[in-house]
Design a protein around this ligand. Sequence first.
Ligand code: SF4
Ligand code: SF4
Length: 84
Amino acid sequence: MALKITDECINCDVCEPVCPNQAIFQGIEIYQIDPARCTECVGHFEHAQCVEVCPVNCIPLDPDYAETPEQLQEKYRRLTGGDA
Ligand code: SF4
Ligand code: SF4
């Protein structure tokens, strides 16, 4: 399941550089997550890096993008072109 950034985001900029998949980008008003690139950090880290650094806890799971652990691994492989 990809994560999403809610409108509680204060544009503090700390999440964007910690994402290993370059899934986070500055939107028109707040930061956004590209669900095609978010693996919940599967393949890179044990915990979602953006969630760990966000000072206002505004990055929940996005139920619109339900994925199994296997699908997240597959997305990781596709994004990195490597084996997981
Ligand atoms: Fe990037 Fe990981 Fe956050 Fe997804 S959970 S947006 S991959 S830092
Ligand atoms: Fe917004 Fe949280 Fe990212 Fe800061 S860390 S830009 S508050 S989503």
